[in-house]
Write a protein that binds this ligand. Sequence first.
Ligand SMILES: Cc1cc2nc3c(=O)[nH]c(=O)nc-3n(C[C@H](O)[C@H](O)[C@H](O)COP(=O)(O)OP(=O)(O)OC[C@H]3O[C@@H](n4cnc5c(N)ncnc54)[C@H](O)[C@@H]3O)c2cc1C
Length: 309
Amino acid sequence: MLRSALLAASRSPQVRTVVEKFPPTQAIVKRFVAGETLQQGIDATAELVASGRRVTLDHLGEDTADAAQAAGTAEAYEHLLAALAETGLAANAEVSVKLSAVGQFLPVDGEKIALENARRICEAAAAAGTTVTLDMEDHTTTDSTLEIARELRTDFPWLGVVLQAYLRRTEADCRDLAHAGSRVRLCKGAYKEPESVAFQGKEQVDLAYVRALKVLMGGEGYPMIASHDPRMVRIAGQLAEWNKRDTDSFEYQMLYGIRPEEQLRLAEEGNTMRVYLPYGQEWYGYFMRRLAERPANLTFFLRAMATRG
Ligand SMILES: Cc1cc2nc3c(=O)[nH]c(=O)nc-3n(C[C@H](O)[C@H](O)[C@H](O)COP(=O)(O)OP(=O)(O)OC[C@H]3O[C@@H](n4cnc5c(N)ncnc54)[C@H](O)[C@@H]3O)c2cc1C
């Protein structure tokens, strides 16, 4: 119930205005978002890389409503990728892109515009010597996102995609994408989805995650295990052993600000550990999904609200 309400609020302009104007919000947002500027994103990346972790940067934004804004987002990624190259961080830092931020939902030619903007970002990544992963949004976008990824992969075979274990289709998608050279990030899924397309309870989603993970770890691609769940991390390690995978043939990924000690432990054990690092002004949707994932985050937020009277 609470999760559904928060996820609905993540797309409400009215709630957005209230949350953004609420003074303690900023302090809580800081835990999950590196800052609003490119420089803050670069500084946080440098710090994580110095600690032995890798990074995937997200220039925050989603559900872009006009073509100029979509092109602006592609340009922001070009600046980001140039900055990663200039600072020598590109060997350890890639970018994550939401297709809805570069035009996928635009009513006229949305998919075409998103494909062109994503292509610009891939070209900039290739010039910088790094890679791109396409984030996955709600289930209405899955086919379109996988199709755009398929087109881009003919020129940029290193392009990664995300699959969400809560979707009933995902085990089959994993089978399609478990081939050599394929980079797939497996997460549980962060959106509010109907039962017709998605498993609902935690236990069902966890079981689906393990089934999908088995396919990816048993395949020939490069699995990216995106979860903070200690059980999923443990099972991934076991599957790596059973499938005789070297530590450079898969990686763990976690979100900025979540379980940092575990991130360091995995990196210190010789694993590749990549942190998903968001920065930028459009933090609202991202922040609300993080609140929805964990009641303790919400309690913290509400307590701050109450103490402000
Ligand atoms: C690198 C990365 C990229 C992602 N990309 C996408 C994407 O493209 N599309 C998409 O739909 N989803 C994405 N997600 C989000 C993902 O789908 C889940 O919503 C999120 O990771 C929580 O699931 P979990 O696997 O950590 O397990 P859960 O069962 O939700 O959590 C397990 C434990 O992790 C900790 N934890 C989890 N979430 C939080 C939190 N918000 N705050 C504090 N502690 C927490 C808690 O200790 C919790 O008990 C991504 C996640 C990661 C790590």
